[in-house]
Design a protein around this ligand. Structure first.
Ligand SMILES: [Zn+2]
Length: 250
């Protein structure tokens, strides 16, 4: 099995106090925004869809609430570089449906969609649709695998979806078992960066604080149990140490 790390945007958070409810942290922080491509013998999985590729046409970036969003290269060109077409993706999964994770989702409509059922309902079924609904609306036609908890995709322990609600109602994380690298836990947005994780800072905009803290604890236990590397998706310090596609982990 191979794991590719794809660039999918740069984010500046203008006010980290918003990410750390209850802590007096001030100032801004640069965040990464990768997506992850897994090549398992039984198929390709893409985890998250990043910021929209269309942002490359706005080189100065855009402001969105406390976030500055920028895209320097597209996800599609990185897939193309690997010889992977959007239709080659067999499984597509969201950690959750915030707009920094849904930007290019529309390209992966032929994949089977893997989401926690609560997130699926939030994404597609609530009366007032999320503002980024257009990013993923076409996936409504996709065959969906709706989860209610943890799930081992192929039953071999290589790709496991871990239910980690709190940031959103059906937020999930990804636990991978790689032959040489060992276990890697890709956290989604249970935390935004290492210090945020260690201090158990909960963003003020999370949907449930208690669930958020329980999910941080759950991830911590799995990391310890499997001696896993914890890759907090938005943690730029971590991202800057990672090999980017076309290089890969195995
Ligand atoms: Zn995010």
């Amino acid at each position: 099995m191979k794991l590719y790390v794809l660039y999918a945007g740069d984010i500046i958070c203008r006010d980290i106090s918003q990410l750390n409810d209850g802590f007096p942290d001030k100032g801004e922080i640069e965040l990464a925004n990768p997506v992850f491509l897994v090549q398992h013998p039984k198929g390709w999985l893409l985890w998250d869809a990043g910021l929209s590729d269309e942002l490359v046409h706005r080189p100065e970036g855009v402001e969105a609430w406390i976030f500055h969003l920028k895209m320097k290269r597209t996800v599609l060109e990185q897939l193309h570089e690997l010889g992977v077409a959007p239709d080659d993706i067999d499984y597509f999964a969201f950690s959750h449906v915030h707009n920094d994770h849904t930007g290019n989702a529309r390209y992966f409509k032929s994949a089977r969609l893997i989401m926690q059922e609560k997130e699926y309902d939030l994404a597609f079924h609530q009366e007032k649709k999320p503002h980024n609904f257009g990013d993923y609306e076409v996936l409504k036609q996709s065959e969906a695998i709706k989860l209610n908890g943890d799930f081992d995709l192929f039953g071999d322990g290589a790709i496991r979806f871990i239910s980690t609600p709190g940031h959103t109602p059906g937020h999930q994380s990804l636990l991978l078992k790689l032959k040489e690298t060992g276990y890697v836990l890709i956290s989604g947005d249970i935390s935004y960066y290492a210090d945020n994780y260690q201090k158990k800072g909960v963003p003020v905009f999370n949907t449930n604080k208690e669930d958020s803290l329980a999910s941080i604890e759950k991830v911590g236990k799995l990391v310890e149990l499997y001696q896993a590397q914890l890759w907090i998706q938005h943690d730029k310090a971590r991202f800057d140490t990672l090999k980017l596609s076309p290089e890969y982990y195995q």
